[in-house]
Every structure is written in structure tokens, then in C-alpha cells.
Write a protein that binds this ligand. Structure first.
Ligand SMILES: [Mn+2]
Length: 670
């Protein structure tokens, strides 16, 4: 009793961490030796805990706050548990963003209301660097004197009932659960951060937190980090089968990476597969009942050219029907389409310019010969539109009467068909721009990308495609496209698609009749000011997207509501504020930024005072998000008309991600 008081007063005088730890330990030691002092020891722990809290949290003033904390604990716990239960319900109902908000609110009640901390990280620092973690390391004088070893089981049980421990354990669970909601909405950067906080706070290894952080690293293709976390999860939960599968999958992928690195270094320039397509020896069986491509200008290798009349509008609409009946296009025709599309895309600049002009001759539906198509891509921009930006004056422009811009389609073929039903089939008068992420997630990725390419080869004026972060090898190996292509065709076709994706332009510059201009890119803007369109034109796009720099940010970034920049929730790219958007647009004489990449409940969101539009065209994303899709119609007046739409029915036996290896079960741990 006396030692307790003396130590406590020492602690309060010195305010040093060591002395606070020491007097707390003395208090507990006394308490564990004398059952009568247990209650007193707990009070002492709370007081000391609050003193520590004062260091961290200037708002918490003295021991009254601490006493109040214990008094208020039941009320706080009730509030937090209610929020947690509601969040779990929202999660089960696939309302992941709502669940994340509720977990955040529960965390706020603990960190702000209970602990008076100003931020989550401050509360984590308080709890993880506070009294309870350090005492076991250093035996106290009195414990040594009594021949006892500190950290006995009795001391631990006193710990576990203290308010600080109760709140700490709740925070571990809340951070780990919020990490899970981040995984569900592809915010892998945030998932890594939250799972990391749970790991830091937990006294014993918490397998779910390691598992979820591992899953986020895995989703970003960081297999080494993922493997380390999965191994820790397995050590803490040795009977979990799923985590053992994940470990094997990581090991397999690491071996594969090492193997392909060895192959790459052993040859200079890999031969282009797309440029060497030869279909002359491929016979189409009589039993094939799909659309047939009758080449009009076939070369010896059977190659065709985009817009040469080989792929007709009839072929495209028959192809839609064939795919709806869940049948495959013959590999010979797919090879011809990939070859022609690659030849066309390869010649495009990184940023393709389209001019909206309803009075242009290109609206003539009969203009389908190859020369006219190519002319429309090489016609120089009218001098009237020239300005200080060299890109504008030097790059060719393609004139279209209007344009429909669609966002992510992610292998949801039946929703793609719905867009065409609502807005008409692609044609020279009704052209489309699909803004990346055609593949992965949905299990009709082959059908979606093949349809888009077929229309492009039919008439390059009617179909425009830009590259998304999912038009990349890393993503396709995780989110299903690789498995799907292997299942429906072969490994060779996967390599062809990956090469073709590298030829996709990175964005489009749309100019209206009034010279109002919009930039369309998949992700968003950059982590620094001063980037010019010319900088984008100079990027080497014929590579896998790097993990940092302009190319990565173009494909991965997201807008944020706050000004300036923030960390990317995804762990790649950056979050950019409305001020960043406006400055970039003004610097480049642009009115509007159109981007995709993020699921929105209504299929779209308008931000930055109308100067940024997110457009997302995969309704009921992954069969579970309950969102609408949307597309944007742009006419020469450049006033965006946004059209939302509902998800279409699709065959029930085809699930999203059903061809993903090792990825499908990744999110199964609830
Ligand atoms: Mn995306």
C-alpha cells in the first residue's frame, strides 16, 4: 500500500516513462500478492495510464479524466459494440463502404471520446508504447527482492480486465475488420495500414491481421511480403487450410518470377508475338457454328488490317449473339482480330486526340475503305486550334461526330451488351471510348475485350480504348484474366493479349467545337504539379506499368475531397485534391478530366466543381456491390450527359473471379 503510493507520487513528479512504468508495476505486483489490493491496483493502473495519456494527449487533463474513463467505460463499450455489430451486418450485406464508415466511427469513439487522442495513430502509439507492453521486460525492484519473476499469469489476468486492455483489444479487432472492408473495395494500401495497426496493437500474434495484410500485399503482386505475413498467420493458426494454400500460391509465384527474370536476362529483345501471327495453317472445322470472318485483303499469313472490310458490322453483331449463347469465337478469327488491332494501336500516340464535329465528312456511313480510315488518323489538326502546347499542334487528330465514354467493364459482358442496347451499337456515327479495365474480376473478360477489339477492327472510328491498371500482366495473374484465357484458349493467347495491352494508348484528348477540351485517362493525376500533356506523350508505354512515376499514377491515382495530396488508398499512385485537378486542367488548357477506376453507387461522381467526372460502367460490380453503372455522352458542345443504368441478368452459374488461381478464396476469412 505504501510502496504503491510512494511510487505513484514519484511517477507523477518525474513524469518520465520509466518511472511511470516502474510505479505501475509495483502497483500491480502489490496487487497480485495481496488479493485485497487487486482493486486498488487496477485503479492505480488507470491513473498511471491516464498520466501517460496526458503526455500523448494534451486534451486529457489529469486523473479526473482517468477516473471518468473508468466510469464511462461501460457506456463506451456499449456504444462501440453496437457500432461494431452494425458494421459487421453491413459487411455481410456487401455494403462495404458503409461498414468501413461504421468501423471508423467505432474507432473514433475509442480514440477520441475514451482516450482523448487526436488521431488513430496517436491512440495506437499510446496503447502500444504504454505501460502494459514494457513491464515484462524489466523486473521491478520489489519483485526482484521477493524472488518473483515479473509478468506472471496472475499479473496478466489483472491486465486483461483493465480498461486500457479492453480498449486495446477492441481496437485490434476494429482495425483488422476495417482492413477487410478495404480489401473488398480494392483499397489495398489502406488495408495494409489498418492490418499493420492491428498487428502493432495485438499482444499475441493475431492471425486475421497477418492474413489480411498478406492478402493486400498479394493483391498488389508483392509476393515476398505476402508470404512473410501468411507464414505468421499460419504459425498463429496452424489448422487453417486456406492460409496454407496461400503460402503455396505465393511460393509458386515467386518461383515463376525468378524463372521469367532468368529468361528475360538471357535474351535481348523478345520477338513480337502479335506481329508474327500466322493463321494460314489453321483450318476452321465444319462443326464450328459461330460467326466466320471472310478476309477481303488477306496476306499470305492470313493477316488482315483494321478497317479493310474483313470484319463487318454483321460479324460484330453475330459475335455478340454467339457470346451471349456462351460460345467461343474460333481461335483463327481471334488471332486475326488481335493482329489487326495490334497493328492499329501500335501506331497511336500515348494520348490520342479526338475532335467532336458533327459536320465533318466522317459521318458518312459508306466511308469504310482502309485509306479513309487511315486518313482520319493522320489528318493534321486545323491551325485554328494550335496553341503553345506542342502536342496539340504536332499530333494527328481524329474527327468524330459525338462520343460515348464508358468506364470499367471488368469482364461483365452482359452489362456491355446492355450498354449497346441502351445507347446503340458502335458505328462511325455512334463511336465509343472504353476507358480501361475491360478485363479481370468478371468471368467474361475474354468476351468483353474481344467484342471491343472486333468493333475496333471493323471500323477504327467507332471504338476507342485506353489502358487501365488491369490491362497488365501482374493484375491479370491475380484477378482472373490469365486463368480465363488459358481456360478458353491457351497460354499463347494470354501472351498475345498482354502484348496487345502494351500497345493501348494511355488516354484521350477530346476537343469540342468550341475548343473546350477534356482529358480522359483511367486513374487520374500526378503527385506533383506542372505535368504537361507533352510529358505524357514522351512516356514509353510499351512496357508493363511501373509501380511509381507518371505512368503508374495515370493508371492508378484517385481523387480525394481534401486539397493537396494524400497517400493512395490502393498502395499505388496517389490521392489528389480538387485544387490539384484544377491546376492541372488550367495548366494544360483543359476544361474537364474524365476518369474511371473507382466503383460509384450511381455509376458516376462529379467533383472539383464539375471539372472531374468519375465514370464506372460495371453495374452490381462483382455480382455483389449493388451499384449502378453509367456512361457519358459527349457532343460537340462538350456538355457531359451522364446516363446511369442497372445491371443486366446473366447466367447464374458463372461467378466473378471463377478462373482466378489462388485469388478466389483469398477473401474467405470473415
Ligand atoms: Mn482500375
Amino acid at each position: 500500500m505504501i510502496s504503491l503510493n510512494v511510487s505513484a507520487s514519484q511517477g507523477s513528479r518525474l513524469h518520465s516513462r520509466d518511472s511511470v512504468i516502474r510505479c505501475q508495476s509495483v502497483g500491480r505486483d502489490a496487487a497480485t500478492r495481496n488479493p485485497l489490493l487487486v482493486q486498488l491496483g487496477r485503479h492505480s493502473a488507470i491513473r498511471l495510464f491516464s498520466r501517460r495519456a496526458v503526455d500523448f494527449c494534451p486534451k486529457m487533463r489529469g486523473t479526473e479524466d482517468l477516473n471518468r474513463l473508468e466510469d464511462r467505460l461501460p457506456e463506451i463499450l456499449e456504444k462501440v459494440n453496437k457500432l461494431k455489430e452494425d458494421a459487421n451486418e453491413a459487411f455481410k450485406g456487401c455494403r462495404f463502404q458503409h461498414a468501413a464508415q461504421l468501423y471508423t466511427e467505432a474507432i473514433r469513439v475509442i480514440t477520441t471520446e475514451a482516450l482523448s487522442c487526436e488521431s488513430e495513430s496517436q491512440a495506437v502509439a499510446l496503447l502500444s508504447e504504454g505501460l502494459y507492453e514494457n513491464e515484462h521486460a524489466e523486473p521491478t525492484d520489489s519483485a526482484t527482492a521477493n524472488g518473483q519473476v515479473n509478468g506472471s499469469s496472475a499479473a496478466k489476468s489483472a491486465d486483461e480486465t483493465s480498461p486500457a486492455e479492453t480498449l486495446r483489444f477492441l481496437l485490434v479487432v476494429l482495425f483488422a475488420n476495417r482492413a477487410f472492408t478495404h480489401l473488398k473495395v480494392e483499397a489495398h494500401g489502406f488495408a495494409i495500414k489498418d492490418a499493420g495497426l492491428a498487428i502493432k496493437l495485438a499482444k499475441k500474434p493475431y492471425p486475421k491481421a497477418f492474413y489480411r495484410r498478406g492478402a493486400a500485399y498479394f493483391a498488389l503482386g508483392k509476393y515476398k511480403l505476402a508470404l512473410a505475413d501468411f507464414r505468421k498467420a499460419a504459425a498463429a493458426a496452424p489448422t487453417d487450410k486456406d492460409v496454407r494454400l496461400k503460402i503455396r500460391e505465393c511460393e509458386r509465384r515467386l518461383r515463376e518470377e525468378a524463372f521469367s527474370a532468368a529468361i528475360d536476362s538471357s535474351r535481348d529483345t523478345p520477338a513480337s508475338l502479335c506481329r508474327n501471327i500466322d493463321v494460314s495453317g489453321i483450318v476452321v472445322e465444319d462443326s464450328y457454328d459461330g460467326p466466320r470472318l471472310v478476309a477481303t485483303h488477306e496476306s499470305n499469313s492470313g493477316r488482315i488490317a483494321a478497317g479493310d472490310g474483313s470484319v463487318t458490322q454483321r460479324f460484330c453483331s453475330d459475335l455478340l449473339g454467339h457470346f451471349r449463347a456462351q460460345k467461343r469465337l474460333h481461335r483463327k478469327y481471334l488471332l486475326q482480330i488481335i493482329g489487326a488491332a495490334y497493328d492499329l494501336l501500335r501506331g497511336y500516340p500515348n494520348i490520342v486526340k479526338l475532335k467532336l464535329d458533327s459536320h465533318d465528312g466522317s459521318t458518312d456511313a459508306s466511308a469504310t475503305n482502309a485509306q479513309q480510315h487511315r486518313d482520319s488518323f493522320t489528318r493534321p489538326i486545323p491551325p485554328a486550334a494550335a496553341d503553345s502546347n506542342s502536342f496539340v499542334t504536332s499530333s494527328p487528330v481524329h474527327v468524330v461526330p459525338q462520343l460515348t465514354v464508358c468506364g470499367d467493364t471488368h469482364g461483365q459482358f452482359f452489362d456491355l451488351v446492355r450498354i449497346f442496347e441502351l445507347n446503340g451499337l458502335p458505328s462511325a456515327e455512334n463511336p465509343y471510348l472504353f476507358n480501361g479495365d475491360f478485363v479481370d474480376r468478371g468471368s467474361w473478360s475474354v468476351e468483353v475485350v474481344t467484342t471491343l477489339l472486333a468493333f475496333m477492327v471493323y471500323d477504327p472510328r467507332c471504338m476507342h480504348l485506353s489502358r487501365g491498371n488491369h490491362e497488365s500482366r501482374n493484375m491479370n495473374k491475380i484477378y482472373g484474366f490469365e486463368g480465363e484465357v488459358r481456360h478458353k484458349y491457351s497460354e499463347h493467347f494470354f501472351e498475345l493479349f498482354e502484348e496487345l495491352f502494351q500497345a493501348l494508348p494511355l488516354g484521350y484528348l477530346i476537343e469540342g467545337a468550341n475548343q473546350k477540351r477534356a482529358l480522359v485517362v483511367h486513374g487520374g493525376l500526378f503527385s506533383r504539379n506542372g505535368v504537361k500533356l507533352d510529358d505524357l506523350l514522351r512516356l514509353d508505354r510499351f512496357v508493363e506499368p511501373p509501380s511509381t512515376g507518371l505512368f503508374a499514377e495515370l493508371l492508378w491515382s484517385d481523387p480525394q475531397k481534401e486539397h493537396g495530396w494524400g497517400p493512395s488508398k490502393r498502395g499505388v499512385g496517389v490521392a489528389f485534391g480538387p485544387d490539384v485537378t484544377k491546376r492541372f486542367l488550367d495548366d494544360n488548357q483543359l476544361e474537364l478530366l474524365i476518369r474511371s477506376h473507382e466503383m460509384k453507387d450511381d455509376g458516376y461522381e462529379v467533383e472539383a466543381d464539375g471539372r472531374l467526372i468519375t465514370i464506372f460502367s460495371a453495374p452490381n460490380y462483382c455480382d455483389q456491390m449493388g451499384n449502378r453503372g453509367a456512361f457519358i455522352r459527349l457532343k460537340p458542345d462538350m456538355k457531359p450527359e451522364i446516363v446511369p443504368f442497372e445491371a443486366a441478368e446473366h447466367p447464374a452459374d458463372v461467378r466473378p473471379m471463377m478462373y482466378a488461381s489462388g485469388g478466389g478464396g483469398l477473401f474467405g476469412l470473415v
